[in-house]
Design a protein around this ligand. Structure first.
Ligand code: FAD
Length: 507
């Protein structure tokens, strides 16, 4: 804790966006001593106004997300853990209704299903507890003048509010206005694309067990997948014993099903027959009629910052498709990485009050703009170290669509996976992989480890927050080449052996 004395002044950080990433960024900056003001365009999570439009997508949090939350507030990470449902693997549902489990990890580690609304409520409760954070809901950012350090918001009554700041964090999601404003002052490389797939939600309600108690209709400790090559259905458990399900298919296909809900029901019966009794025919019809279909966007940007003024984090910087379950985990990790860099660069959250609002000892002045050189260098380092990792996880997420909706049910994938696990077990089996131990650390190291030994891609992405996404992608590609080579060599040797046997038999 940094004491406030009369001769010092806390600097003001403005966080735009009160989603999970913005909330964690606010808590992390407050912990460093900043005076934090958080603005969100929506009402707060407990407001009755919010419920009308909010869908209850649940999602999976894994070690990276937990490591980031634990770094800021270990008690809050434990609260999250209590409210999650561990999923130790995928449960693959065939068209014939056969269920086949696939563990995520040879050590039995799990990812965790959690309700999105619950995440927001837990974060907002933590914000309320901090006396260094002020929150302003129903304030939408409309404009930013970063050089002048002024942000313009419009409040619930349509009134313009001008807000000054020392440092701005943009965590305002995929359609970020902070990012748009940033593009006006930096030469940002930017690309976005919508994949052909969109998604629609369904709900499997809780059932009753043989004794009449409320019960799950499927095993809650798996992520259930119905892979059907070019589309898929998935289900994640909720605490109230229901499941939230998403149907992923091309936007055109989903639209056709929505236009004719009875055709939609027949289609579900044909492709996912075991889902029909779980949801119920009339609920399926209602879902096609009433539930919206939503697009999936992928965004790449570079740089993520401007001088010492602003940085974008989370979906605002790198929206990705959800097939590796890493979008939020990665956004929370952004906060952890930024926090470490700000501390390592010695960025000051408190300044002598004698200094004018925008000029401090050690600052430099370029083009009449005063720059806090430590903060500027920290943000530059953030962009430089983070960019390759964000590209890597974005590409891995896209590639995982094919794995989830098709490969998981193919023999080649199962052989590949078995070999992957055997090789990992040969390397780590007797010593125990370091993953579990790393996750328990109150401060997980900066994601930069380069581990030796064999580690499956999923294990590295999901359970090893000490390995950066770009390092693990390179390692997985190398391992894949070795496996492909091994499998091809084994196939060729097998063929030669077979031909040799045939030839010997003929003689
Ligand atoms: P958001 O949650 O989008 O929050 C942005 C906030 O900014 C909002 O509160 C919004 O009101 C506010 N805002 C926007 N514009 C303004 C403005 N102009 N002024 C003020 N406030 C503004 N990730 C995982 O890790 N695991 C999963 O299993 C997973 N599953 C997913 C499934 C689906 C179908 C989808 C679509 C995504 C999934 N994700 C998952 C990704 C995850 O949902 C996002 O990465 C995460 O929500 C991003 O958080 P955020 O705080 O950056 O942005």
């Amino acid at each position: 804790d940094i004491p406030i004395e009369s001769e010092t002044r806390r600097r003001k950080a403005v966080v735009v966006g009160g989603g999970p990433v913005g909330c964690l960024a606010a808590l992390s900056l407050a912990k460093q001593g900043w005076d934090v003001h958080l603005y969100d365009g929506r009402p707060d999570a407990n407001s009755p106004k919010l419920k009308e439009g909010l869908r209850s997508v649940n999602l999976a949090i894994s070690a990276r997300g937990f490591a980031a939350v634990r770094a800021v507030d270990p008690a809050m990470a434990d609260v999250f853990l209590q409210d999650t449902i561990p999923m130790k693997g995928r449960m693959i549902h065939s068209r014939a209704g056969v269920q086949q489990p696939q563990a995520y990890d040879i050590l039995g580690q799990s990812i965790n299903a959690v309700d999105r609304g619950l995440i927001n409520k837990t974060f907002q409760a933590a914000l309320r507890k901090s006396d260094r954070i002020q929150v302003f809901y129903e304030h939408k950012l409309t404009q930013a003048e970063f050089d002048e350090r002024v942000l313009t918001f419009v409040d619930a009554f349509g009134k313009e509010v001008l807000v000054g700041f020392d440092f701005c964090v943009g965590a305002d999601g995929s359609y970020s206005n902070v990012r748009r404003q940033l593009m006006r002052v930096v030469r940002m490389d930017y690309s976005q694309f919508y994949i052909p797939h969109e998604y629609m939600e369904f709900k499997i309600p809780a059932g009753l067990d043989t004794e009449g108690n409320v019960a799950f209709k499927l095993d809650p400790n798996y992520l259930h997948i119905w892979p059907r090559k070019s589309f898929m259905f998935i289900a994640l458990a909720n605490k109230d014993k229901s499941f939230t399900c998403s149907l992923f298919a091309t936007g055109q296909e989903l639209q056709e099903l929505k236009d004719r809900p009875s055709t939609g029901l027949d289609w579900v019966k044909a492709h996912f027959p075991d889902v029909v009794p779980l949801i119920g025919e009339s609920a399926i019809l209602d879902s096609f009629r009433n539930n919206p279909k939503s697009p999936l966007i992928a965004i790449k940007a570079n740089p993520y910052h401007y001088k010492d003024r602003v940085v974008i984090l989370g979906d605002a910087a790198h929206s990705m498709v959800p097939f590796f379950g890493q979008g939020l985990n990665c956004g929370l990790e952004d906060v952890r990485v930024l926090d470490i860099i700000l501390r390592e660069e010695g960025v000051e959250a408190v300044r002598p009050s004698s200094s004018s609002s925008d000029s401090y000892p050690g600052d430099t002045k370029r083009n009449s703009v005063v720059v806090d050189s430590k903060l500027a260098s920290a943000l530059r380092r953030y962009t430089e170290t983070r960019h390759d990792d964000l590209l890597a996880i974005s590409d891995l997420s896209l590639a995982n669509l094919v794995e989830m909706q098709h490969s998981v049910a193919t023999p080649t994938y199962l052989v590949h996976r078995a070999l992957d696990n055997v090789l990992a077990y040969l390397t780590w089996g007797w010593q125990g992989a370091p993953a579990a131990a790393i996750q328990q650390l109150s401060e997980v190291p900066f994601p930069s480890a380069s581990p030796t030994g064999w580690l499956p891609l999923y294990t590295m992405v999901t359970f090893r927050p000490d390995i950066s996404y770009s390092t693990l992608k390179r390692k997985a590609e190398r391992q894949d080449r070795i496996l492909q080579w091994g499998m091809s060599t084994a196939a060729i040797l097998g063929l030669i052996g077979y031909a040799g046997l045939k030839w010997t038999a003929k003689r």
